[in-house]
Design a protein around this ligand. Structure first.
Ligand code: ADP
Ligand code: MG
Length: 263
């Protein structure tokens, strides 16, 4: 099996001269199909910037992103847009559902944009929403859904066009503990089952119990990669112990919940 995604010495500098900020600094890693990775680190460490580059939404200042062996930097703008629509699925921190489309229509939209909304696509959209526990909410508009339901619709939308790479920025940011676990567990399950390569940015280390690898960022660099199952579980357990809150309460308080506005 060949790698689904590779970052090859990727750097991103915002601004110029005295105002230059190196948000991502010579980052390299790769992810195989069926692998679910958590990208963690303090606010401002470069997680969102890295994710935007992996999604082909932002060009690196230096280095290269390859999706399925295809270097994104060698595609024209139009080619990259088309490639992104086909090969990459993403859900942003603010889930970006279209308010005047129903849950089902929001999911189908990804297929419509790719010119692939046929009968089979409609059936798959329904089935995916059912899998995500939204069978009776398909006709509801985003404003009529809870935060957790909206996140699950966003996840369905990120997966429906069967992309090889699925990226999620803080998918649990607006959820209580119980819902957060459910959403990430389902997400992990679908990534493994469908052999997507998944990356989830999270500041909530309890969620890493569902991932296969934890990539930690610090000041734009990869500071640590944890692949050992026991170590990952220990990391998640340690967090659960220290920040466990009653059901319905909010999550860890490291101040990254608002994403630092850094997009
Ligand atoms: P994280 O998602 O880990 O909080 P970001 O990728 O949002 O980190 O930000 C990394 C660094 O880049 C921060 O110092 C942030 O202030 C800066 N930054 C992010 N976006 C921009 C931008 N559009 N212009 C200038 N600086 C930015
Ligand atoms: Mg961020």
């Amino acid at each position: 099996m060949s790698e689904a995604l590779r970052a090859d010495v990727v750097t991103k500098v915002y601004g110029q001269g005295a105002n230059a900020v190196t948000a991502v600094n010579q980052v390299s890693f790769s992810i195989m199909p069926g692998e679910f990775v958590a990208l963690v680190g303090p606010s401002g460490s470069g997680k969102t910037t890295l994710l935007a580059m992996l999604a082909g939404l932002l060009s690196p200042s230096d280095g290269e992103i390859l999706i399925g062996g295809e270097p994104l930097g060698e595609l024209s703008e139009a080619e990259r847009t088309r490639f992104r629509g086909r090969a990459i699925g993403f859900s942003f921190q603010s889930n970006n559902l279209v308010p005047y489309l129903t849950a089902l229509e929001n999911v189908e939209l990804m297929l419509r944009l790719n010119g692939k909304l046929d009968r089979a696509g409609r059936v798959r959209s329904r089935e995916l929403l059912e899998r995500l526990g939204l069978a009776d909410r398909m006709r509801a508009y985003p404003g009529q859904l809870s935060g957790g339901q909206q996140q699950r619709v966003a996840i369905a939308r990120a997966l429906i066009h069967q992309p090889s790479v699925v990226l999620a920025d803080e998918p649990t940011a607006s959820l209580d503990t119980e819902r957060a676990y459910q959403v990430v567990e389902t997400f992990a399950h679908l990534i493994h089952e469908q052999e997507r390569a998944g990356i989830m940015v999270t500041h909530d280390l309890r969620m890493v119990k569902y991932v296969d690898r934890v990539i930690q960022m610090m000041d734009g660099r990869l500071s640590q990669i944890i692949s050992d199952r026991a170590e990952i579980d220990a990391l998640a357990a340690m967090q659960s112990g220290s920040v466990e809150t009653p059901a319905g309460a909010t999550q860890a308080e490291d101040g990254d919940n608002g994403n630092g506005g850094g997009t």
